[in-house]
Design a protein around this ligand. Structure first.
Ligand code: SF4
Ligand code: SF4
Length: 202
């Protein structure tokens, strides 16, 4: 899944105690998966996903799936109320090296899956914690199924609202970012691996 960049477990918290995926299947629908064994573009349900059950091939699921946990499972400063199926916000992690020869850093991408995402309990607090912690913060807005997302870095435009603890202003910045991202230039997702079966629509 889209856990981009080098694998740096040292940058990640261990899984947050007490947080379980439960009935959530957001990552199995919302993310692009480009694994030798499984390919699907974002927005399509994985063909192995069974309603009300979860992964239908859990014991033999691809390595990409085995290695993946979203930010809600990994980062304790993401608010507990933010489970993706409840909040409709999927927190992705990515690793980036802003300057050559500098250490790789963690960035977080708040994927606003639908309009209701902006009303999610804990969204503003989680975004503010990331900005205050000098973590690179992005907002991502999915395009139509099979198309790329719009994504923008938000630290600079959120800085004032975070410093002044102005929650309405912070949410207004996110609302405008979502609106702009929704109308951005979305192009078809290109997968590196060739599909062994039709894309994961069920
Ligand atoms: S999005 Fe997160 S909580 Fe939901 S199923 Fe995936 S890893 Fe689990
Ligand atoms: S193979 Fe299983 S874990 Fe992987 S995306 Fe599909 S349903 Fe989810």
């Amino acid at each position: 899944m889209e856990q981009d960049g080098p694998s740096l477990p040292a940058l990640l918290d261990p899984l947050v105690p007490g947080r379980e995926c439960g009935t959530c299947d957001a990552c199995c629908v919302s993310l692009t998966i480009d694994d030798p064994e499984l390919q699907k573009p974002q927005g399509y349900r994985c063909r192995n996903l069974v309603r009300n059950v979860g992964c239908g091939i859990y014991e033999t699921r691809p390595e990409t799936c085995r290695a993946y946990y979203c930010g809600w499972r990994r980062l304790k400063w993401i608010q507990a109320a933010m489970r993706p199926d409840v909040s409709r916000v999927l927190v992705r992690m990515q690793f980036e090296r802003p300057v050559a020869d500098q250490p790789v850093r963690l960035g977080v991408v708040f994927v606003l899956l639908e309009p209701a995402s902006l009303k999610a309990e804990g969204l503003a607090e989680s975004v503010a914690a990331a900005v205050a912690g000098d973590v690179a913060v992005y907002v991502s807005v999915p395009g139509p199924p099979g198309y790329t997302s719009g994504q923008a870095r938000m630290n600079d435009v959120l800085q004032h609202a975070v410093l002044t603890r102005d929650k309405p202003a912070l949410l207004d910045v996110l609302r405008r970012a979502r609106s702009q991202g929704k109308h951005g230039n979305h192009v078809p997702v290109v997968l590196k691996h060739r599909s062994v079966a039709p894309p994961g629509q069920s």
